[in-house]
Ligand binder design. Sequence first.
Ligand code: ADP
Length: 621
Amino acid sequence: MKISGIPLWGWMAAAALYVGVAAAAVEFAWDRSIDALVEIGAHRLDLYAASLGSELGRYEMMPSIVARQESVRALLSAMPHPPAGLLQTVNTYLDAVNREAGSVAVDVIDQHGLVVAASNWNRPESFVGTNVSYRPYFQDALAHGSGRFFGIGTNTGMPGLYFASAVREDGGPIGATAVKVSVDALESAWRVPGVAAMVIDSNGVIVISTVPAWKFTSLRPITAQQQRQIQASRQYAGRSVEALPHRRLGDWDTSAWFARFPDWGRPGHERRYLAMSRTAPQAGDSIMILLDVSSARRQQQIALAFVTGGFLIIGLYCLYAIQRRRAIAEKLRAQDALRRANDRLEITVRERTAALTQANERMREEIVERTRTEQLLRDSQQEVVHAGKLAVLGQMAAGLTHELNQPLVAIKTLCDNARTFFERNQPAPAIGNLERISRLVDSMAILTSELKTFARKPEFERVAVSLNEAVAHAVLIYEARIRDEQVQLDVLIPAGTTICAEPSQLQQVIVNLLGNALDAVADQDKRVIAIEASRTERPSRVRFTVSDSGAGIAPEVLAHLFEPFVTTKPRGRGLGLGLAITSRLVDGFGARISAANRPNGGAQFTIEFSVATEQEAANGR
Ligand code: ADP
């Protein structure tokens, strides 16, 4: 299976490669970003530790300096009944020092924990008169010389860091001095986007936090003993310490780990952070920072986008290259196919041209051959016409000889008789004989004139010819034979039937048809020949028929009747030219000849002549 010309395994390999590269890129981006974050975090921790150290260091020595002040020592020495002026002096001094140092308050505490003088002696929240013996910083100061403590002011309710120092007289403590420092400035200085910073005390309680809500919440479970101690020292001004819900997820390296904490930007949600911490003994226990890893996630998304974009570009380029290669291959194939088709076409054209040339050559040869044959045919037809004419002439000559012989014999007899009558001096019968001789000579002259007409050179001009006369002349030629053979000849031609033909040729046509009819009835018992003419239903046409009572046309001859040399007559009697000549002559008249056997026996030849036009009639005159 292929998609866009690439097999399925190709797509799957590309997808696997993409997944692999994307996973590696995302992992790499994550590692790099977290490494960078760890570096940033380390710097921040350094910075916070340094700022915390310097901030608190500023105040660390303050209680011991105040403790060395003569008026303070005098005041504590004079306790419990200090002179009023001295108290005022100390209060003023403390106020001045507090202002100078920028701390929250500076107190002087007697050895029973009672605050006897304070920088805020004249303000409502003043500590004067308050007993702080329960505070660990006081207890530590009396016991060890100095004390330190994170706590919430019981009067002010303000969180702060307490430093304390013992005031000694003759080697023993007679009281203590305490300085309370605010961490508000630190918190606001540490607040940067994407980072939560906090200071955790030895109880695991967050005492400084850039996230206000987390302040005085605990990261560790508070033990019962710790709880008692907290209650006793009123460290958090009686507040209950809640646990900050969080979970350690896994270490990144030795200095950083992932942890799930409440999202400080979105209350009610949790989020994964990169956590780092450092011990900070001067402030409590440790400084911890939480770093937002969304920048790493963004880096992952950017890396994924890069990889996806790169893959898309490379993939699209590959697809383009494949399509291009395929298109080029297709084009080449098409060109090849076209070339092959062209070659085939050329070959075919060459072959066809050669075949055509050959065919042309053959045709030219055939034309030459046909022309030669036509010429030959024309020559032989002319010869045939001529031969036919000769044959008819022969028949005519025989007929004439027969016709002329009888009158000549009669003339000889009449002449001999006339001479005898003259010798006997009988002129009347001699004159009668001479008159009969004259009539016989006239009829002989008619016969010879007929012969002259027939022998006349054929004229090809068509003229109006009287069909009646043409038939009469033909009948005259065969008169002796008709009479001798006792043939019944019925001529039924309306008087004045004029058709368009050439006179001598028309006569030859009728002589041929009549001769054939006489031949056909010769050996029949019933010898009837009918020559008829009538106007047809087609205007300007005359149907002319010669019918006989013969045996009819032989079936094998019928189809080739008008072809030359077709004959059933014995050698010497028929040449088979008569009908061929007849048909050609009839064609020349613009007429049509046909032959058929009649249903009641005998043959019938039909010619459809055109009726002569005025012009042809004029030509004929
Ligand atoms: P020929 O008379 O020399 O044979 P024709 O061309 O005149 O040549 O006639 C060809 C043949 O047609 C004849 O041999 C004969 O068989 C046939 N034919 C012509 N006229 C008739 C007819 N009236 N009756 C029967 N057969 C005929």
